[in-house]
Design a protein around this ligand. Structure first.
Ligand SMILES: Cc1cc2nc3c(=O)[nH]c(=O)nc-3n(C[C@H](O)[C@H](O)[C@H](O)COP(=O)(O)OP(=O)(O)OC[C@H]3O[C@@H](n4cnc5c(N)ncnc54)[C@H](O)[C@@H]3O)c2cc1C
Length: 401
């Protein structure tokens, strides 16, 4: 039952940012019966990188009532490889839950439109410029209007509205520095290419300056990116660097022979940060606005969906029980979030700094239990108490906050 005592508010909740996190939080709160406004500065469909999903997002997708298989390629698992040493290891991920390689523009649009279907008031091309979260209310100023509501959810992605306002963004050093990527279409038939599209596996070749993603998409398209951890060679720009590494990879050379590059080469930098201001009086952050990790283990959308659902459930509790102004409303859920985020963070740090791919992944066939534990982490099955690998990662460093 919703507490309507304060019906002078324009909305119960304003969600800023209409990516996966924002659309999820808004939809779930509308399902509970709250009056929700979702503000997005762009217009869907808009391009977004981040196509490789994790199976443990599935329960949230089910709660949203959308079909994420539509138009997307079913993903079986992940293959880590080193072409120089000819080592590779496959981890099956979609064992009990299914997942997909998705094109983000239609996926993000579907989630945004789904919010509207559930009764959320949605505005596009409206950018929030400032917010003020007080004990009594939240005021929001956008480039089109002003709003007063009971609660704010910051789902602004790497713009991190609240984190930057409160100077809570702390870089995590020494992970990937930048990514350079593009897309190919018309991947030609052939044993390797056919197997790639049949399995939907993500391939992750490790290279001397970082790693490459090879993500098959529907209609025989391929997303290819290079994440660079070392300093860029002085004699070339990011685009030339991508071309060099594509040409140096025998697998990618074979896969892209006869294919056409159909998207511009794009670069994204400023990777990996925590937000020390994830929640406070009448606000909470979710998705990339709460923290962002180098994408080597494809954890971004999974963390966005799971953190958004958790925030939405707690905001519903706060609004119905009259706890919404409590600055500690999200304290317990934040521990839950940090368990997932820190597990992935420590795993990514091991990827860069202790050569986990060569030392552990490639050896995993010799230890089936270890292989299952790695696969469990790669699938996003993080809130468990029996994964010894996770426990040893967390024992190495208990918390980042
Ligand atoms: C190179 C790279 C590769 C990646 N690969 C993967 C991958 O393979 N798998 C994966 O799961 N993740 C991947 N990710 C991460 C993934 O893309 C993000 O984690 C995911 O998009 C987070 O969702 P979100 O809703 O939090 O943020 P976003 O999807 O970024 O959405 C935020 C939205 O907020 C809007 N917004 C921002 N500021 C304002 C404002 N002031 N007012 C109104 N609206 C605003 C933006 O327009 C945007 O639509 C990758 C990321 C990068 C950079």
């Amino acid at each position: 039952m919703i507490n309507n005592e304060q019906n002078s508010f324009d909305h119960d909740v304003v969600v800023v940012g209409g990516g996966p996190a924002g659309s999820t939080a808004a939809t779930l709160l509308a399902q509970y019966g709250h009056k929700v406004l979702l503000l997005e500065s762009g217009r869907h469909p808009r391009f977004h990188i981040g196509e490789s999903m994790l199976p443990f997002s599935e329960p949230i997708i089910q709660r949203l009532g959308v079909d994420w298989s539509a138009g997307n390629l079913s993903k079986n698992g992940a293959v880590f490889m080193d072409e120089a040493t000819e080592q590779r290891m496959y981890f099956p991920l979609s064992v009990h839950r299914k997942t997909y390689q998705i094109e983000r523009a239609p996926f993000d649009q579907m989630l945004f439109e789904n919010a509207a279907k559930h009764g959320v008031e949605t505005h596009q091309q409206e950018k929030v410029l400032d917010v003020s979260c007080q004990a009594d209310d939240v005021s929001i100023v956008s480039d089109k209007s002003r709003y007063r509501c009971r609660y704010l959810i910051d789902a602004t992605g790497r713009s991190a509205l609240m984190g930057r306002k409160d100077k809570g963004i702390k870089r995590i050093e020494n992970l990937g520095k930048f990514a350079v990527y593009t897309h190919f279409e018309n991947i030609q038939p052939g044993e390797e290419a056919d197997e790639l599209f049949r399995s939907g596996n993500i391939y992750v070749p490790v290279v001397d300056i970082g790693w490459i993603w090879i993500i098959p998409l529907a209609e025989r398209r391929l997303s290819v990116g290079l994440v660079v951890q070392k300093a860029r060679p002085k004699d070339c720009d990011a685009e030339e660097l991508l071309r060099r590494y594509l040409a140096a990879s025998p697998l990618l050379s074979r896969l892209t022979t006869g294919a056409e590059q159909f998207a511009p080469v794009r670069v994204e930098a400023d990777f990996s940060y925590t937000n020390q201001s994830r929640y406070g009086v009448r606000y909470a952050c979710c998705g990339d606005a709460a923290g962002f990790l180098d994408p080597v283990f494809s954890s971004g959308v999974f963390l966005a969906l799971t953190s958004a659902a958790r925030v939405a459930d707690r905001v519903h509790f706060g609004l119905t029980e009259g706890w919404e102004a409590d600055p500690e409303l999200h304290a317990e859920d934040d521990c839950h979030y940090l368990l997932g985020f820190n597990t992935m963070r420590l795993f990514v740090e091991r990827f860069y700094h202790s050569n986990i791919v060569h030392n552990l992944f490639f050896e995993a066939d010799r230890a089936p239990e270890l292989k299952a534990q790695i696969a469990q982490l790669l699938a996003g099955d993080l809130w468990v108490d029996d994964n010894k690998l996770q426990q040893s990662l967390l024992a190495g460093r208990r918390s980042v906050s």
